[in-house]
Design a protein around this ligand. Structure first.
Ligand code: MG
Ligand code: MG
Length: 254
């Protein structure tokens, strides 16, 4: 069931989203060679809790950590551990925070030190594809318009679109209806209405978009070991477009 959020709910989603944004900004300062993903996870969890929120992913279907940390060929759901970040790595950090029962969800891919041109290209165009998708968000358009825009942009830049993993609604659960695929056909799928809250999250690859799951039953990586990037914002559909909930607040307010 797709829910339309009230103004009061959107206000709580805005706070949750902003805590996720602030956690990303905070972690960026620690993304250096030698830090482990487990250390990042601890920093993030402490930060989220200091803001009066809880990490959405910890315990979600048994996930053991606050962050998903996916390095290089890992696409999503990497489990923080004792591996150290290395110069030339890219790391996708997915953060969820729950404030007074409402969630925010945002993933971003970062570089560690200096990375090769191909990884730069992948990161740049995956982020762009997110905004291409978001440009389609307004009442009257449909979910398929978002996925179509992302897929066309990825194709034009010769990047693979992971199809098994999709965006989603966000509210009192971190994953709600509808599914928001990163592919699709124009004018198809559920109608976008003011007050719908969605996580749009393209996951693109430099090589084949085929994926496999590791034997920890969580981490998903590319089958051909090519690097993957992931950019995600939680947004609310407004009267004439969208507002990003997991972005920066200007002057203390959206
Ligand atoms: Mg996420
Ligand atoms: Mg998500």
């Amino acid at each position: 069931m797709i829910t339309i959020k009230s103004e009061r709910e959107i206000e709580l989603l805005r706070i949750a989203g902003n805590i996720v944004y602030q956690t990303h900004q905070y972690l960026k300062g620690f993304l250096k060679e030698g830090i482990t993903t487990k250390q990042l996870d601890k920093l993030a969890e402490d930060f989220i809790r200091s803001k009066g929120a809880t990490p959405s992913f910890k315990g979600y279907e048994g996930f053991p950590a606050a962050l998903c940390t996916s390095i290089n060929q890992e696409v999503v759901h990497g489990i923080p551990d004792d591996r150290k970040l290395k110069n030339g790595d890219i790391i996708s950090i997915d953060i969820g925070a729950c404030y007074k029962g409402y969630h925010g969800d945002s993933a971003w891919t970062y570089k560690v030190g200096s990375i090769d041109e191909r990884k730069e290209y992948l990161m740049y165009h995956t982020e762009k594809s997110l905004y291409e998708g978001l440009r389609q968000v307004r009442p009257g358009n449909r979910i398929g318009d978002i996925g179509y825009a992302i897929e066309q942009y990825a194709k034009k830049h010769h990047l693979g679109v992971v199809k098994e993993l999709v965006g989603h609604g966000v509210g009192t659960s971190v994953h709600e209806d509808p599914e928001v695929p990163n592919y699709g056909h124009p004018h198809t799928g559920p109608l976008l209405r003011e007050g719908m809250v969605l996580a749009v999250e393209p996951m693109l690859t430099l090589g084949s978009p085929e994926i496999c799951i590791l034997d920890n039953d969580w981490t998903i990586e590319t089958y051909d070991n090519s690097p993957s990037a992931h950019f995600e914002h939680t947004i609310v559909v407004t009267k004439d477009g969208y507002e990003i909930l997991t972005g920066e607040w200007k002057d203390g307010k959206k």
